[in-house]
Design a protein around this ligand. Structure first.
Ligand code: GLN
Length: 232
């Protein structure tokens, strides 16, 4: 069986491990550079990209990870993981020394952190997603999520939140969780609503702004496993 590592310095590691295992794969948390050698693929989870950046550098993981990404290791990043895989962060946070946060890069694109605006820090909606098994839309949960502001030529867009958002609805039955439905993503007053890119692929790299690992949606991870196998 193939072995998928989940970067385990911070974030929702367990949810990704559970999702991969529910698909019959083997998943292991990764904290040390020596653990990278055995991997067929790697997931960078959701969490906080600033912390993840700091800890991957402290643990000596950042450079080996950049090398692996460059050499074609399949990597999937959700939310903070998407930020880590982006070549450019539009609005990096800056530490006490004035140093901007860094990404690992690999995806030729610009992400904007926490992009969907204060009022809508969390929302949940259904999205069309290119390349997944079946035709049912993906239930997508966004938590202080980034969007992709610009992609280079080699980056394929797999999902977007449509301009004007999706129809608003109440919370899911039996939950007090995030509201369903998303209004226009733009936070700039007066801006024309535009569609916002929230899932991309380039070569062996896959990234989503949202968290399929927390909704029971397994098809994004299934796509990633097919990428590892060279079947997608
Ligand atoms: N806002 C977080 C960041 O900038 C990402 C949030 C998430 O992963 N749910 O890293």
């Amino acid at each position: 069986t193939l072995c998928v590592g989940v970067l385990a310095v911070q974030g929702d590691v367990r949810e990704h491990i559970n999702t991969i295992e529910s698909l019959g794969g083997r998943a292991v948390p990764v904290r040390r550079p020596a653990e990278l050698a055995a991997l067929d693929g790697l997931i960078i989870p959701g969490g906080e990209s600033t912390t993840m950046d700091r800890l991957t550098r402290i643990f000596g993981l950042a450079e080996p990870l950049r090398d692996l990404i460059g050499s074609g290791l399949p990597v999937y990043g959700s939310c903070a993981g998407m930020i880590m895989l982006s070549d450019v962060i539009a609005d990096p946070s800056v530490d006490q020394l004035g140093q901007p946060q860094q990404s690992l890069g690999g995806l030729d694109m610009v992400v904007r952190r926490n992009a969907f605006g204060r009022q809508r820090e969390s929302f949940e909606t259904d999205l069309a997603f290119t390349g997944l098994a079946g035709h049912t839309p993906v239930r997508a949960v966004f938590i202080r999520a980034p969007w992709v502001e610009k992609v280079g030529d080699g980056v394929q867009v797999l999902a977007e939140v449509p301009a004007g958002g999706t129809p608003a609805a109440g919370p899911l039955e039996g939950t007090t969780g995030p509201r369903r439905g998303v209004p226009p993503g733009d936070t700039d007053a007066g801006a024309e609503p535009v569609a916002r890119i929230v899932a991309v692929r380039s070569g062996n790299l896959l990234a989503t702004s949202f968290h399929p690992e927390i909704t029971g949606e397994r098809r994004v991870h299934e796509l990633f496993i097919r990428m590892i196998r060279g079947e997608a």
